[in-house]
Design a protein. Structure first.
Length: 575
């Protein structure tokens, strides 16, 4: 058992650059055949597609994190999305514009809001297979593709109206383009090598869109720039010539200028609107994800806790060391890559290093949740797949069951995929409270339309009675997005001229008890309403919110107890 290296590990081209590495494979006593490799990869690709389509088509109710962001798409235009977002949300402007365009084209509903992340996930699955085949072969290739196909974060964010699936695709696309440049630049075919810089120019064109869609794309782009810079520097020093004689220098320099300008432009737009207004709030909320730079002695334990936690939850994992297996596989894979091609190690691990530096500056969380590491999900799956293959091959040789050890790893991944699908079928929601919120919206707004006119006082009539509920984190956002999907849209003008005694007007107020309610404005609005209408009835509907695990459904166990007031009006008889 061992690792297969290129025939000439440090083989150089005529121009002095290092050759693109041959796919790394773990050799075992019973090597996988090309036919078996093809069948296993095909099976994992099919399973990956089924899991992604299944999650998307199950139409999970929007959960709170989605609701917080999607509420900003209801009545804003493209320029208004540059302003500070409600509910403490921060999201790349191009992602928001894509989401708003889809809403305008297809409507505001679960399928439309999740369409772009879903398409990103499908594209990621196909692109990852291509990239993995560039770098790995044999069992290492099968396990890497298997991990990526069934990884729970990749499945979950394929059907979630947030930017994390696009973070995965953008990071993977940048990696793929860099690898394609390296492969073509080191080709023995002069015609291919002469066209290699087209990939650098393509990177320069793509980078502004990448950074505009995905903030952490700058980590991958910066890592790629560092990698190319080191590659060119070694080439120049080897041949003792000027940097200006390097054919890739001009497009590489142009790409770096684009990276810097794009980053500064996106950050200036965000600072003017989203980021700066949220920087302190986010810093307090995610302070445990920032490295303890002021107490260096705590850094080793912090790094171990973070890397064994949710940061590396591929294919599964979580806090309290639940991602330890992935961490061990990643370390093993990193050793193999370092032994095979040191520059490839820089390309694979420097995005995480830049990410960590940003966390040290308290600009971007490192760990705490797998969503913050989606941009390097492809690298994690590649390296941990390689490491897992090496570990299983070593165990197989030690126990004299080389083929069975690999089979166990494959069965483990298949079980994760099957378990993920079974869980989604049994529980097609994140929490039961999410399901109840949507069920209420489906019932109330549908039946209300047959009982007369209905309007939300704050969202339809513009009478803001609880300002904090429009800005702070609250389940008022979930009420609002579900109303927009299943009830009257707040973007349309309402005409209540058809209100009669038989077809009354019902005004709805969503109340969040822990936020201040503007009683004075409410009484003034009610007084104005009663100049034209007569209040004939009031009703209060309670909305308890529980955590993910509803062990006890009591008032004391509820996270909060919001409620809805429904006021029924009919025209005054004298009118």
């Amino acid at each position: 058992m061992g690792i297969e290296y290129p025939k000439a590990r440090e083989e150089r081209l005529l121009d002095g650059s290092l050759k693109f590495p041959r796919p790394i494979a773990i050799s075992a006593e019973d090597e996988i055949t090309s036919q078996t490799q093809f069948r296993l990869i095909t099976a994992f690709m099919v399973i990956g597609l089924l899991l992604r389509f299944g999650r998307y088509l199950m139409q999970f109710p929007l959960w709170e994190d989605e609701a917080f962001l999607c509420a900003n798409l209801i009545n804003r235009d493209y320029f208004q999305l540059l302003e500070p977002l409600q509910y403490h949300q921060v999201s790349p402007v191009l992602f928001l514009w894509i989401q708003l365009t889809i809403v305008k084209l297809f409507g505001f509903h679960e399928f439309g809001l999740r369409l772009f992340p879903f398409l990103c996930s499908l594209a990621s699955l196909g692109l990852f297979s291509h990239v993995a085949k560039r770098l790995l072969s044999g069992y290492a290739l099968v396990l890497a593709i298997g991990i990526f196909a069934v990884a729970y974060p990749n499945i979950r964010y394929a059907a979630e109206a947030k930017q994390y699936a696009s973070n995965l695709l953008i990071g993977l696309t940048l990696l793929a383009m860099i690898l394609e440049w390296w492969k073509s630049a080191s080709s023995d075919d002069r015609s291919i090598r002469s066209k290699s810089n087209r990939w650098l120019w393509a990177l320069a064109i793509f980078t502004p869109f990448a950074v505009g869609i995905s903030y952490p794309a700058v980590f991958t782009a910066g890592a790629g720039s560092l990698f190319l810079g080191i590659l060119m520097l070694r080439n120049i020093l080897k041949q003792h010539r000027s940097i200006f004689s390097e054919k890739s220098f001009v497009p590489w320099l142009a790409w770096n200028v684009v990276i810097v300008v794009s980053f500064l432009l996106i950050m200036s737009l965000a600072a003017r609107g989203q980021s700066e207004s949220e920087l302190k709030w986010m810093g307090d909320y995610w302070k445990h994800t920032f490295p303890p730079v002021t107490t260096p002695t705590e850094l080793p334990s912090w790094l171990l806790r973070i890397h064994a936690g949710s940061l590396l939850a591929f294919p599964v994992g979580g806090e309290h060391g639940a991602s330890s297996l992935t961490l061990i596989s990643l370390l093993a894979g990193g050793i193999l890559v370092w032994r095979n091609q040191k520059l490839l190690t820089i390309l694979m691990f420097s995005p995480a290093a830049l990410h960590l530096i940003a966390a040290g500056l308290e600009r971007y969380p490192y760990g705490g949740h797998v969503k913050f590491s989606m941009h390097m999900g492809a690298m994690i799956c590649l390296i941990s797949g390689l490491g897992a293959a090496w570990i299983m091959a070593a165990l197989g040789k030690l126990m004299h069951i080389p083929r069975k050890s690999m089979a166990l790893a494959i069965i483990y991944l298949l079980a994760i995929g099957a378990g993920s699908l079974a869980r989604d079928i049994a529980y097609p929601f994140k929490t039961e409270s999410d399901m109840r919120s949507r069920a209420f919206a489906r019932w109330f707004w549908f039946h209300a339309a047959f009982q007369g006119e209905v309007a939300c006082v704050e969202n339809d009539l513009g009478i803001i009675l609880t300002p904090q509920a429009q800005a702070e984190l609250s389940w008022a956002a979930m009420y609002r997005v579900n109303k927009e999907i299943y009830g009257p849209s707040e973007t349309k003008r309402r005409d209540f001229s058809g209100v009669t005694a038989e077809s009354p007007l019902r005004c709805v107020i969503y109340r969040v008890p822990h936020f201040e309610f503007d009683q004075t404005r409410y009484e003034k609005w009610l007084e104005l309403m009663q100049l034209e209408y007569e209040l004939v009835g009031t009703e209060r509907l309670e909305f308890p919110r529980f955590g993910k695990h509803e062990d006890a459904r009591t008032r004391e166990a509820a996270l909060t107890l919001d409620f809805i007031d429904v006021l029924t009006f009919t025209p005054r008889k004298e009118n």
